[in-house]
Design a protein. Structure first.
Length: 416
């Protein structure tokens, strides 16, 4: 007999294969992540709502906050005549809007009992994902930087003038068909889930997967991703019985590991000194200071509801080619959407952090906290507002699993 829970079970297994599914989609029908996974999630959530009914559904403040964000962006588009609905139509936007899909994700996860068998399957898939990602990154690093990379990213690299610069090329590993930022916004949350699972369930540190994860972010060349990688160590640090001992051990091992890594890079002919000078020590603070300068200059003109555009002509003139945008996500959002919109969006992000942190304190599972912290860190240096990446979606699922597991164990102890 068909059950909706079985469909949800299969959906999350398919979601775990998102990098491969997105590649197959790109090579065939080319519909994109939101049309495939987002629209499917929308249909599942409506079916679940009809099945359970509103009265028996769990609808908490996080769903209401997500709905507020969706409706604000929708009204912002209509009132300020952004043209999205005019170009796509309401029905099309309804099925592909990632902010609406975010509401659906929270509703489905909150009203689904995550079975242990699903968690075990997903963990095994994540192990394979990390291994495959490291393998593809190695090929991209040693042989072809654009192996397994969509044409749009190759064209963008040429446009940005980074095509011949090994220190500037963004190697996407297996995540390029998902998006430009999914090495950080999907891969690092997945690595965080895997790390937290090992720390909690196996009582050990998955050094092998962490090394493979470092290969992926190092090859990617994005400094914010490389720094974000260290957030994935959070579960081990928090769960360590002797935190100072672990910290000391890490400080002892780290120089040795770095030394061996540099030795390997030198042996394969990589210009380590050049990388340090041109990439690690490159001046990135300038664009962030410029973002603050532009924000201070123009934010006061439309403080409450924003400018209505991501980049106005006056901002483009003020940037004068020194940067492509206001390169701090929080400042860019305040400029574009104003205090009202930013209050809604930032509050929603913090509510997600609060939910994941509360679960972590109760269950000792810190993997989902890693996912949202990576996202929040990204907006310090980038402009990205999409929570709906497959890595963060998995963070929601695992958070629900461990919270439910803790409640069940407590109830069992109470009955005994």
């Amino acid at each position: 007999m068909f059950r909706l829970s079985n469909l949800i079970y299969l959906y999350f297994i398919a979601l775990a294969f998102a990098p491969i599914v997105s590649f197959l989609d790109y090579e065939t029908v080319n519909q994109g992540f939101y049309k495939i996974y987002g629209a499917t999630l929308l249909i599942i959530s409506f079916a679940l709502l009809l099945s359970r009914g509103v009265n028996k559904s769990k609808i908490d403040i996080l769903i209401l906050a997500a709905a507020a964000v969706y409706f604000y962006y929708l009204a912002w588009d209509i009132v300020l005549n952004q043209g999205t609905l005019y170009r796509k139509g309401f029905v099309f936007d309804f099925f592909v809007n990632p902010y609406l899909h975010t509401i659906c994700l929270i509703y489905v996860v909150d009203n689904y009992t995550v079975p242990k068998s699903l968690v075990k399957i997903l963990i095994n898939i994540f192990k394979g994902t990390v291994i495959l990602a490291a393998g593809v990154s190695t090929i991209q690093f040693l042989h072809d930087s654009f192996f397994f990379t969509p044409d749009e990213i190759i064209a963008y690299t040429r446009q940005m003038g980074s095509f011949g610069n090994d220190f500037e090329i963004r190697r996407m590993s297996i995540f390029g068909y998902l998006g430009m930022l999914d090495v950080s916004l999907s891969f690092l949350p997945i690595l965080g889930v895997l790390t937290a699972y090992y720390a909690l369930e196996k009582k050990k540190i998955p050094y092998g997967y962490l090394v493979l994860g470092f290969i992926v972010v190092f090859a990617n060349n994005s400094r914010y991703a490389q720094l974000g990688y260290f957030i994935t160590w959070l579960p081990m640090l928090v769960l360590s019985k002797n935190k100072w001992r672990m910290l000391g051990t890490s400080l002892l091992i780290a120089p040795i590991a770095v030394g061996l890594f540099v030795l390997v890079l030198n042996l394969i002919g990589f210009d380590v000194q050049g990388y340090i000078q041109e990439r690690v020590l490159a001046d990135s603070a300038t664009t962030r200071l410029l973002a603050l300068e532009i924000f201070n200059k123009f934010f006061g003109r439309h403080p409450w509801f924003g400018s209505g555009v991501h980049l106005s002509n006056e901002v483009i003139v003020a940037l004068a080619g020194r940067s492509s945008q206001i390169h701090v996500g929080y400042l860019a959002h305040l400029y574009s959407y104003g205090i009202i919109g930013s209050f809604l969006v930032f509050s929603f992000w913090l509510l997600i952090l609060k939910r994941f942190y509360r679960t972590a304190k109760i269950t000792a599972y810190w993997g989902s906290v890693v996912g949202i912290l990576v996202f929040l860190w990204a907006n310090v240096t980038l402009v990205t507002y999409q929570i709906l990446t497959y890595g963060i979606m998995m963070s929601f699922l695992f958070n629900k699993y461990y919270l439910t597991k803790s409640h069940d164990e407590n109830n069992q102890n109470y009955l005994e």
